[in-house]
Write a protein that binds this ligand. Structure first.
Ligand code: NAP
Length: 284
């Protein structure tokens, strides 16, 4: 059977993306005749690529580095979340128009909700203030978390905190990325999320917070790492050894993909299958 090429992911480079294998497994499982490809799109070709998708009846794209912000100017509309975060990771094509969404924050929250009951009022410390942290922090603030952000470059955390306060109307505490400062905050948080790239392959022996601070976390804390390569980062290994609940980055990856599928096709994605496929690809 000839499959209809109507989906894909764009980035530059793009060869390591796990999205094609994840989405193609869903299409196959559900008997949908679609194919999802990866496209290496140079920044100078981005506008033309989006125009071509519109003309050729594409249904959906995922967007990754370095296009998440720059693609916005080529779209006809963007969702409220994408506007707040100022980044798009999902595009839906409809009647020759392109609409941008951001499912990263929701993906993280849905993965977290497998482990905690509700976000509202939870005291959550997010490490990092890069692209992924922006999506996650905005979503957590929208859902009413009591949010703290800490980042190596302090000013970047400050800017993100100010933006969230202005756009969402939620106050965010900014914690210095230092041993002494973190020690003052870490004992009363409900969730710790690593949204930095620390611990990612090949620097798998790195950990985003000093190890000796982990023992100050309260016993019911949930430790989440959005890094998914390796699946079990050093942070998660150490947290698990101390008896804490841990959530790996595959959950966020799968749920952000599931949200994209909901936007494109209005389907409930088979989460367990997607997770199995991603874990297998990562050699887990
Ligand atoms: P990014 O925009 O480049 O941001 C990187 C963040 O990491 C910044 O906050 C940066 O701090 C911090 N950082 C980098 N090296 C550091 C170090 N040595 N010590 C302390 N902080 C350091 O990247 P991103 O797009 O946000 O992605 C971050 C990670 O999330 C990546 O590993 C990515 O693979 C993962 N991710 C996972 C998912 C998922 O679905 N699971 C989705 C998106 C991203 P400065 O501001 O000081 O530079």
């Amino acid at each position: 059977m000839n499959r209809i090429i109507a989906f894909g992911v764009i980035g530059h480079p793009i060869e390591h993306s796990l999205s094609p294998v994840m989405h193609n497994s869903v299409f196959k499982h559900l008997g949908l005749g679609y194919e999802y490809l990866k496209f290496d799109v140079h920044p100078k070709d981005l506008g033309k690529f989006i125009e071509n998708c519109k003309e050729n009846n594409f249904i959906g794209l995922n967007v990754t580095i370095p296009h998440k912000i720059s693609v916005i100017r080529f779209l006809d509309k963007i969702s409220e979340e994408a506007r707040l975060i100022n980044a798009v990771n999902t595009i839906k094509f409809e009647d020759k128009t392109a609409i941008g969404f951001n499912t990263d924050g929701l993906g993280c929250v849905r993965a977290l909700l497998e482990w905690i009951e509700g976000i509202k009022g939870k005291r959550i410390l997010v490490l990092g203030a890069g692209g992924a942290s922006r999506a996650i922090s905005f979503q957590l603030a929208i859902e009413g978390a009591d949010l703290l952000i800490s980042n190596r470059t302090y000013d970047r955390a400050l800017t993100l905190g100010n933006e969230i306060r202005e756009k969402v109307g939620k106050r965010v505490e900014i914690v210095k990325f230092s041993h002494d400062e973190m020690k003052n905050f870490i004992n009363d948080i409900d969730v710790l999320i690593n949204a930095t790239s620390v611990g990612m392959f090949p620097k798998v022996d790195e950990i985003p917070i000093p190890e000796d601070l982990l023992k100050f976390l309260n016993e019911d804390v949930v430790v989440m790492d959005i890094v998914y390569n390796p699946i079990e980062t050093k942070l998660l290994r150490e947290a698990k050894a101390l008896g804490f609940k841990t959530v790996d980055g595959v959950g966020m990856l799968v749920y952000q993909g599931a949200e994209s599928l909901r936007i494109w096709l209005d389907i409930e994605a088979p989460i367990d299958l997607m997770r199995r496929v991603v874990v297998r690809e990562l050699g887990g």
